[in-house]
Design a protein around this ligand. Structure first.
Ligand SMILES: [Zn+2]
Length: 318
């Protein structure tokens, strides 16, 4: 089916930094799942493009400089492909991409390490960052990681308050259970998990328990299904595996709280994505699969993009 697709997690800048031969403007291949031609072909209308500059991941370079390089790479990309891509700044812009305009780009910061202090959040929001995960797997001054005992710190609590003031949405993917609970107790607004699956079907620490999925739905948020086999199931991982994770969440919380967050090019290749899903052009196959399972078109449209649109609309000015 040809629905409007929102991909809630694409590591475009990271792929540009890690593979100098790679060109977002050429069809996907060589292990890359991302590309502009495939996004266009597949009906992807809005992309949450990440800024990933967590401490210790990028050797020999500071968090600040790697984050600035990623911002610059996105600016160059938007300039180079100005007919096909644009930075979404308002609800009006969202309507434009939904009406068949250029593909919209918004940013998601994966790990708040580049944000120097809560007061610095405003500068990042002005650069298009609408979603922030306090920490990646490793901790920082805002939030503990998987290897330490801290949850959300006092600075993290202040950052959450500033994010809420600026309508920047917390991303709970990557947070350990204690930090997840802290965010939920320190803040009472909408939250997302941009790229996580159901722990009940795949017992990986990156996946969400039923209780966590319900908690996100209670805030009118959503969970983006991530297309990395390690988070989906045992081999062979197929489209059916993906559909099972969606079905599990729909059974728990209905069709308003599930979306897509492919995580394509986020440190794994298409050898590690489900069979038959080799690029963003194949995201629409998830919609076909849901229709084949008897989902109503309106529900398929929500899962492929409508739910993300609702969440993001609330984070943007008119
Ligand atoms: Zn991630």
């Amino acid at each position: 089916m040809s629905a409007f697709i929102v991909d809630g997690h694409e590591d475009i800048a990271m792929a540009l930094l890690e593979d100098r031969q790679w060109d977002f403007g050429s069809p996907a291949g060589n292990g890359h799942g991302l590309s502009l031609p495939d996004a266009k072909r597949g009906g992807v209308g809005l992309i949450l493009a990440t800024i990933f500059a967590t401490e210790g991941y990028w050797e020999d370079e500071t968090v600040a400089s790697i984050a600035e390089r990623q911002v610059k790479l996105y600016s160059e990309l938007l300039e180079k492909h100005s007919d096909d891509l644009f930075r979404v700044e308002s609800r009006g812009d969202l309507a434009l991409c939904q009406a068949g305009g250029p593909i919209g780009i918004l940013h998601l910061m994966e790990g708040a390490d580049p944000i120097r202090s809560p007061r610095d959040m405003k500068r990042w929001a002005e650069r298009g960052v609408r979603i922030v995960g306090l920490a990646w797997n490793t901790g920082n001054r805002y939030c503990g990681g998987w290897d330490d005992t801290r949850g959300v710190t006092a600075a993290g609590r202040n950052l959450l308050a500033e994010m809420r003031r600026l309508k920047v949405i917390p991303d709970l993917s990557h947070l350990k259970p204690e930090a997840f609970d802290d965010v939920m107790s320190f803040d009472d607004g909408i939250v997302v998990a941009s790229h996580s699956n159901a722990h009940a079907l795949r017992g990986h620490r990156r996946n969400l328990t039923d209780e966590q999925i319900r908690a996100i739905a209670d805030r009118d948020g959503l969970v983006g299904i991530v297309l990395y086999n390690a988070f989906l199931g045992e081999d062979p991982v197929t489209l059916e595996t993906v559909l099972a994770h969606i079905q599990h969440m729909v059974d728990l919380v209905g069709t308003d709280h599930v979306g897509l967050g492919s995580d394509f090019d986020g440190g794994f290749t298409t050898a590690e994505t489900p069979e038959g899903i080799d690029s963003v052009a194949d995201l629409r196959r998830i919609g076909d699969g849901l229709e084949a399972r008897g989902y109503a078109s309106a529900d398929v449209e929500k899962i492929l993009g409508g739910n993300w649109m609702r969440v993001i609309r609330g984070a943007l000015p008119p």
